[in-house]
Design a protein around this ligand. Structure first.
Ligand code: 6R9
Length: 651
């Protein structure tokens, strides 16, 4: 670990990831292409669409407005994204190229290597099973899987037949799964019997069974991954290896209009239950294809590794669609960074000669804490590009990633984007831009960021404000599934005519963007978005809880931790047992990622006279920033604050 100041030369360093060899984009290319993408977006995006095979080439490129909100790209184009990710590579004679390298949780277990031709056969097999179960175009299919090739195969199989996939992260609880099945009225579930993470079993099928006590579906397709003894409900549950035994080896790709839905992915916002963010086919395909090409500067023969889970958007765009559309060879990793030990990532890098590695700051911080030894124990000379995503990276972690993991020779790209943006929006490009630790960098082609103040006044030059995007880009989400008004309200009503990201951001004199974190009631825990309202409603669903207020606070490893203030019903006693019980309760309601880091039982919450909880004060107390509580004069009972500060100091 180093605490020397960041070397100035990084800023000027236009780091080439391949020892001076040409990259896909130089600084001059970037300036020219960015300019074109803004001044003549339709011709720029018409050209990018040529990265893909279309059954009907689009002639209408963009048709988008943020007021009223209506977003369409390539609306007269017809294509299938599965064809583009799989079949066309086989048709082009690249069937023998490795698509997926599966690295299991247990390093002693055999892995798997799947070529594009094998992937095609697997996807066809699963697609025909889905058809056999009655899945058709436009049907929603919920996927609840571990990080095994069948997860990606399930997504591609849905896309192949025009079904809309909704992947639910395997760490979510049965209740959270049931809510997501119900919200999009999904009648089909694909799951595994169980998963493995860090040597521990994850009871996926049992969780599905528990969820299906609350919501009914027509069919469950179960992949045998861990030989777990599970219950199979006759008529509803089907083993994949049985039902697939006699399916045809042929399944044409369904022709899809560019604006036909591709997937729903639930994400947290500041209010209410998670939203089903809806992405469509053509624009999303072009966006992930183009961003993957330029941002990761992928070259044939290289090995790409994104350590995310397919349950998050990063897995959708940069494990499944982006790399496969580009014909890449990539790792699919089932495990976690610290199992069997803290060198697991670097062992995988050495074993598979990974060239491009993409992970989250929380993982970097957790590994940095273990020192340089586990990294240096493995040969990382294959690495030529390192990426991060999910949350702001602190300069110290950046520096360690650069110096120790990358041996000071691989550029780092810090990619800012969101579930709603479909793919990378702000990043430096390797070979085109110098790096500033902690800054995501420059807007990608077609992205027009704008910083505004709380009143919507546009802020120019080097400044600090709320990050909006003023014009549509092909990968943008089109709606919230089943609730377009919520889409309009959430993203386009704060600043009329602009997409509001929910993030605060600084722009410096070199026009580099520095994301400072959420400015709404969303907290970012280990790169996972969590609505404070979701955790609050989980807490108040406990019979002993009267009221709850949840805020984020700085956490060394997770970036932000979950701090919960809880008041109890009259007559209930504070106790350590109850604190433990509430923690378990939240895990059960949402899942382990929502486990409270701090549960602060308090007799009262600070409220205004009109009854609004003053979260600003609760945040300051959670941050241990007691000196800066600001104006407390509007509080109904200012003494509540003293009691809370006292409670905070005692823990
Ligand atoms: C891709 C993804 C989106 C939120 C976003 C922001 C934070 C993501 C970041 C970053 C700083 C980066 N975020 N990347 N903050 N620097 N490079 O993470 O999507 O799960 O929807 O989260 O994550 O706050 O608004 P999602």
């Amino acid at each position: 670990m180093t605490d020397e100041p960041v070397k100035k030369d990084l800023v000027a360093l236009i780091a080439s990831p391949r020892n001076g060899e040409a990259t896909h984009c130089t600084a001059a290319d970037y300036d020219r292409l960015y300019q074109e993408s803004i001044s003549d977006p339709d011709s720029f995006w018409a050209r990018q669409a040529e990265r893909l095979d279309w059954q009907t080439m689009p002639t209408k490129i963009s048709n988008a407005s943020f007021d009223p909100v209506s977003i369409k790209w390539y609306e007269d184009g017809v294509m299938n994204i599965c064809h583009n990710a799989v079949d066309r590579h086989v048709a082009a004679g690249k069937g023998d190229v490795t698509a997926l390298i599966f690295e299991p949780d247990d390093p002693q277990s055999p892995g798997r290597t799947i070529s594009y031709a094998e992937l095609q056969a697997e996807v066809i097999k699963m697609a025909n099973c889905l058809k056999k179960l009655g899945v058709g175009k436009g049907d929603r299919v919920t996927i609840y899987m571990p990080m095994i090739p069948e997860g990606a195969i399930a997504m591609l199989a849905c896309a192949r037949i025009g079904a809309i996939h909704s992947v639910v992260f395997g760490g979510f609880s049965p209740d959270a799964l049931a809510g997501r099945i119900e919200d999009c009225d999904s009648k089909f579930v694909i799951c595994a019997d169980g998963g493995l993470r860090g040597g521990k079993p994850v009871p996926l099928k049992a969780n599905v069974d528990a969820a299906l006590e609350k919501v009914a579906v027509d069919a469950v397709l179960v992949i045998n991954h861990t030989d777990t003894d599970v219950e199979m409900t006759a008529g509803r549950d089907h083993w994949y290896h049985e039902i697939s035994a006699d399916v045809s080896a042929d399944c044409p790709c369904e022709p899809m209009n560019a604006e036909d839905p591709l997937f729903i992915l639930y994400t947290s916002g500041s209010t209410g239950k998670p939203k089903g963010v809806l992405h469509t086919t053509g624009g999303y395909a072009v966006w992930v294809a183009t961003t993957f090409h330029y941002v990761f500067d992928y070259q044939p023969g290289e090995v790409f590794w994104c350590s995310a889970d397919i349950g998050w958007v990063t897995g959708h765009s940069y494990i499944v669609y982006g790399p496969l559309i580009n014909g890449a060879t990539e790792i699919m990793f089932e495990g976690i960074p610290n199992y069997p030990d803290f060198s697991r990532f670097w062992e995988v890098v050495e074993k598979h000669k990974v060239n491009i590695f993409y992970t989250a700051p929380t993982a970097i911080r957790a590994l940095m804490r273990e020192g340089d030894g586990p990294v240096k124990a493995h040969d990382r000379s294959s690495i030529r590009l390192l990426g991060t995503v999910g949350e702001p990276i602190n300069p110290e972690a950046w520096r360690w990633y650069y110096d120790v993991v990358g041996d000071g020779k691989s550029p780092i790209i810090d990619t800012w984007w969101q579930t709603e943006t479909g793919g990378i929006m702000i990043t430096t490009l390797p070979g085109a831009h110098g790096m500033k630790p902690g800054s995501a960098g420059k807007p990608f082609f077609g992205v027009q960021p704008q910083l505004v103040d709380g009143d919507g006044k546009i802020l120019e030059g080097a400044t600090d404000g709320n990050l909006c995007i003023t014009a549509s880009w092909p990968g943008q989400a089109r709606s919230v599934y089943g609730d377009h008004e919520r889409f309009v309200q959430t993203y386009f009503s704060t600043y009329k005519g602009k997409y509001f990201t929910g993030d605060g951001c600084k722009r410096d004199a070199d026009d580099y963007y520095w994301i400072t974190g959420r400015v709404d009631d969303v907290i970012n825990v280990s790169g996972h978005r969590m609505g404070t309202a979701e955790v609050e409603s989980a807490l108040v669903s406990h019979p002993k809880v009267a009221e709850a207020a949840v805020v984020g606070y700085p956490h060394d490893i997770k970036g932000q931790g979950i701090y919960c203030y809880v008041t109890l019903n009259a007559g209930e006693e504070h106790s350590d047992e109850l604190v433990a019980e509430l923690r378990v309760h939240v895990r059960k309601e949402i899942g382990p990622i929502a486990t409270p880091d701090h549960l602060h039982l308090t007799p009262a919450l600070p409220k205004t006279r009109s009854g609004k909880i003053m979260r600003r004060i609760l945040r300051k107390i959670a941050e241990n920033d007691h000196g800066a509580l600001g104006d407390t004069s509007t509080l109904a009972d200012p003494s509540v604050v003293d009691a809370l500060v006292e409670g905070r100091l005692n823990r």
